[in-house]
Ligand binder design. Structure first.
Ligand SMILES: Cc1ncc(COP(=O)(O)O)c(C=O)c1O
Length: 378
């Protein structure tokens, strides 16, 4: 059996044609034809007032921090169970991260803990929709609104997922997407900022364009463009947008395949999981997830490590996910210690992500499931 990687990108449609077109258009810098097409697609599909492609989700998060005027002394409530960028983007501008623990079912931030962590310095809450399963946005939005705190959704995993019938990424004043190679739709490295509060649109365009009003100039709203605010270079080349747009065009086909793969794992691992004290993903009935990943929760760290080694011996690449950020070197500098987020610590030891990408074949899935079900160890 050839090695089955955890992730592999796939050419899904007209990626090469569109890259050629971008080059023939002689517009390979940012905000060319394919960037604009992607913006229009997101705005129409999700119903967001403004979508802006960025060079990564990390950069979209940094834009969010700049838009919220994050300053030293501000506090931002963020799950410890997330990727480093969710936190780094705010810490970069001086924020102190306040780590919140997760719910045992969805592994999303536990909204019941929010009130106890809010202080007069709290500037933002950053829910991460883990595996694209929606956080409890009703409760989070209500708590945030009652304290006048901004909500920024880190929706890196959750494009096309829904909470109570509404797209993820449309709840916070701002939301961020990732098009990194590991995501359902990719351009290698890429992201987007979704802007739901229209007050942020004009400044977001400026921040994304090195602090200049270049976007207004190209729309003919000013007769020259100049430096008007802080900013950076957050817009991707149109070559990347061309690749991404080709993937987005065939999103239904990609999603149908991912749904089949996810269901295959779920249905074929259910009995084994029940018999071995292994937990499969939980998707509450009011959430529709976009089939971003498949994970299993083994009973102990020892069993998880043994499973990784065992699968690797059988040419299957599986990976753990998220070391608790409050226990990282940086997290400890902010005062993080063992026991601060007990569920995060427990889950992080036991979670295993199985290969899940658009190139997986039915044979691969059958083989992986067969090997897992034959696992005796740990
Ligand atoms: C929850 C979360 N947020 C942010 C990111 C960063 O995304 P990017 O690589 O596009 O910067 C990731 C990366 O996978 C992620 O998992």
């Amino acid at each position: 059996m050839p090695y089955i990687p955890f992730n592999r990108p796939r050419i899904a449609g007209k990626e090469f044609d569109y890259i050629r077109q971008a080059i023939e258009n002689m517009h390979i810098s940012g905000d060319g034809l394919f960037t604009k097409k992607s913006h229009v697609l997101f705005e129409g599909l999700l119903g967001v007032p403004k979508a802006l492609l960025t060079t990564s989700c990390t950069d979209a998060l940094e834009m969010a921090a700049l838009l919220l005027d994050i300053k030293p002394g501000d506090e931002v409530i963020i799950p410890s169970f997330t990727f480093v960028s969710t936190v780094n983007a705010f810490v970069l501008f001086g924020a102190r991260p306040v780590f919140i623990d997760i719910r045992p079912d969805t592994l999303n931030l536990d909204e019941n803990l929010l009130e106890s962590l809010i202080t007069p310095s709290t500037k933002a809450i950053v829910p991460v929709h883990y595996a694209g399963v929606g956080c409890e946005m009703d409760a989070i939005s209500e708590i945030a609104a009652s304290h006048g705190i901004a909500v920024v959704e880190d929706n890196a995993h959750g494009l096309l997922g829904k909470y109570k019938g509404k797209y993820l990424g449309t709840f916070g004043c701002l939301a961020t997407q990732s098009f990194h190679e590991t995501k359902n739709f990719t351009c290698g490295e890429g992201g987007a900022l979704l802007i739901n509060d229209t007050e942020y649109i004009e400044r977001a365009e400026i921040i994304r364009e090195k602090g200049t009003n270049r976007s207004r100039f190209f729309r003919g709203q000013v007769d020259k463009y100049t430096w008007v605010d802080v900013g950076s270079s957050y817009l991707p080349s149109d070559i990347l947008a061309a690749f991404l747009y080709a993937q987005l065009e065939v999103r239904d086909e990609i999603q149908a395949k991912r749904k089949r793969m996810w269901k295959y794992y779920y249905e074929h691992l259910q009995g084994w999981a029940r018999d071995h004290g292994v937990r499969l993903p939980v998707v509450p009935p009011h959430c529709e997830h976009p089939y971003h990943m498949f994970y299993i929760l083994l009973p102990t760290l020892k069993q998880r490590q043994a499973m990784i080694e065992y699968l690797e011996k059988h040419a299957i690449n599986s990976v753990f996910h998220y070391l608790p950020l409050h226990l990282s070197e940086m997290g400890r500098r902010f005062g993080g210690t063992e026991g601060d987020c007990p569920l995060t610590e427990h889950v992080s030891d036991r979670l295993l992500r199985l290969p899940f990408h658009n190139c997986l074949s039915e044979n691969d899935l059958e083989y992986i499931v067969e090997k897992i079900c034959n696992f005796v160890g740990g």
